[in-house]
Ligand binder design. Sequence first.
Ligand SMILES: NC(=O)c1ccc[n+]([C@@H]2O[C@H](COP(=O)([O-])OP(=O)(O)OC[C@H]3O[C@@H](n4cnc5c(N)ncnc54)[C@H](OP(=O)(O)O)[C@@H]3O)[C@@H](O)[C@H]2O)c1
Length: 290
Amino acid sequence: MILLTTPTGDIGHRVLARLLAADTPVRVIARDPSKLAPDPRIDVVEGSMSDAATIARALPGVTGVFWLPPGDPSLPSADAAYSGVSQAFCTALPRSAVTHVVGISALGRGWPKPAGQVTATLAVDDMIAQTGVHYRALACASLMDNIARQSDPIRTLGRFFQPTPGNLKLPHVAKGDVARIAADLLLDLNWAGAEERPLLGPEDLSFDEMAAIMSEVLGREIAAVELTMAQFGQMMRDLGASDGMAQAYVEMFTAKNEGMDHLVAPSSRRDTPTTFRMWCEAELRPLIEG
Ligand SMILES: NC(=O)c1ccc[n+]([C@@H]2O[C@H](COP(=O)([O-])OP(=O)(O)OC[C@H]3O[C@@H](n4cnc5c(N)ncnc54)[C@H](OP(=O)(O)O)[C@@H]3O)[C@@H](O)[C@H]2O)c1
């Protein structure tokens, strides 16, 4: 039995679809099961993944787990949103039958300064690895799908906003590639030890280059607009982030601007073939054009 967290989330629902397609027994933790399409193949445990009683109901009979700390921006700090949400799970793991965990994590191991959500997510990797299970941390570059959160300004203004110089090239990976790799690892638990697997996408791109690709795919001019970090922090608060989470976003993007996502050698770029153009054609264009 595989236990999957965040079955209604962007990455989680794609992993779930792949597990179901492979006829693997699946249990999910869902705060609101009514958001899931009814499916007799899915064993649903209702509750929060941060809750010890929910974890206790979810773990019996499970050997493999997909663990995605959602990073809820309304929680007071990045520590609360990552380590806090993962504490009950890590406490329960040593007494469970779980042998393998696949976690969603981020690039940034070795960065010498605080990096907000990234620092917090790497602490979760350490917590899980210290329980003694076999663990793969999928260390994602920035998700290219983040752009989809700005579908409104893209549609109405022809612009999207980042606290990053328009010409700075960074790695971007598609959620579809991340989900496929997570599902493949869960469907064949023939791996051992605790390791990080960097997921870099097929190429580094600047936001100006991404805007040019978006312009070609959408057939209209799209521009990337650079925000100051102060403007970006305020934008995150306006979107519902707590002060602590907004500060963490600022730390994370400052670290990305200073080179955190280039600590991993480009030679480790593999298995994430979706280009930004492919993603725009498959996901952004339908979203913008309705
Ligand atoms: N954005 C980036 O560039 C980037 C880069 C590297 C890593 N990451 C990581 O990628 C992940 C984001 O994944 P995603 O985009 O798939 O997330 P998402 O679409 O925002 O989904 C998050 C899901 O978590 C569920 N959830 C939230 N709190 C929960 C709780 N307490 N108990 C149970 N379920 C809960 C929500 O479900 P309900 O609301 O239905 O309950 C929601 O479906 C995060 O771990 C993030 O750190 C992101």
